[in-house]
Design a protein around this ligand. Structure first.
Ligand code: BJW
Ligand code: ZN
Length: 261
């Protein structure tokens, strides 16, 4: 692992990051809400992170849903409504360009995009291999039977119920205290342990087990690059910090990489 690099010099940090990527064949990326901030979507924590005065921990748990499903559905319906018009930003598109580059390596090349986001904007931008750790706002599922469906971002009733069994429907996302989808998690852990370069983009890195992937990458000897306007818990674990919005920094990084060599 590389010692922490505290640099104000974005230019040389970008050169270093491009050099690491140039030498890598297998790359994995972990994204969080910050990558969609420039698409107009709110992040969960920090300034503007509260929804109508509620912390995410108060609306994204099974107990919150049992206590007040109408409140929880209001939160999710508002976010689903915002996604009807939200568009991918240059950060999402730069990750597509990175995938194009690494996934087409003749041998052994691999690019894995691991996201904590449920907004589908990576796929909308054109990313092909996306591992959604925390589910998707497009999908709903029944709390009483096996019904599950992709309903896109169509408007649902205030408190939607299952047409088959009559029980409450819920968003197919992962709340606190719930397990992540096992197969997706295993794939993410495997890609992280096998990568040579790991990018951490737009996440506060406080939510586990996703944040633990940063340690997995570091322990496996990967170069870790964080892209975030702020220092985070990920920064404390060392690696290279590229300070700035991902919609600006990621395209610059891709540009450096194509100029390299
Ligand atoms: C920009 C930017 C720009 C802004 N460009 N960047 C101790 C150890 C291990 C685990 C635990 C523990 N204590 C408790 C736990 C368990 C818990 C947990 O981690 N809690 C912590 C908060 C302490 N984890 C769980 O419960 C998980 N399950 C689990 O562990 O199962 C086992 C278990 C079973 C039974 C009992 C207990 C455990 C599940 C976690 C599920 C998280 N779900 C959510 C909601 C998903 C649905 C939804 O979207 O509504 O996932 S919570 C929320 O946080 C959401 C996000 O994916 C996740 C992470 O947030 P993210 O993406 O990092 O966003 P922010 O807002 O925090 O940060 C944004 C960043 O962007 C900031 O850094 C900005 O600076 C930056 N930024 N503009 C780039 N333009
Ligand atoms: Zn049902």
């Amino acid at each position: 692992m590389h010692p922490p690099i505290d640099t104000d010099d974005l230019d040389s940090a970008l050169d270093q990051a491009a050099e690491w990527l140039w030498n890598a064949r297998r790359v994995a990326v972990l994204t969080g809400a910050g990558v969609s901030a420039e698409s107009g979507l709110a992040t969960f924590r920090g300034a503007g992170g509260l929804w109508e005065g509620h912390r995410i921990e108060d609306v994204a748990t099974p107990s919150a849903f049992r206590r007040n499903p109408t409140l929880v559905w209001r939160f999710y319906n508002a976010r689903r409504a915002a996604l009807r018009t939200a568009q991918p930003n240059p950060g999402h598109r730069a990750l597509v360009a990175l995938e194009d580059r690494f996934a087409r390596e003749p041998s052994d090349g691999q690019f894995t995009l691991i996201t904590q986001n449920v907004d589908g904007l990576h796929q909308a931008a054109g990313s092909r291999r996306v591992l959604e750790l925390h589910g998707s706002l497009r999908r709903i599922r029944c709390t009483g039977c096996a019904y599950k469906a992709d309903r896109g971002y169509e408007e649902l009733t205030e408190l939607p119920h299952c047409e088959t069994c009559g029980e409450l429907l819920r968003p197919d996302v992962v709340w606190f205290e719930e397990m992540l989808p096992a197969e997706t998690w295993n794939e993410a852990a495997k890609a992280t342990a096998g990568c040579q370069c790991f990018l951490v983009v737009g996440t506060s890195a406080v939510v586990y087990p996703a944040a633990g992937l940063i340690d997995t990458a570091r322990d496996a000897g990967a170069c870790v690059i964080e892209i975030n306007p702020e220092a985070t818990f990920a920064s404390r674990r060392g690696g290279l910090g590229l300070r700035g919005p991902s919609g600006v920094i990621l395209p610059q990084l891709v540009q450096r990489l194509s100029n390299h060599g």
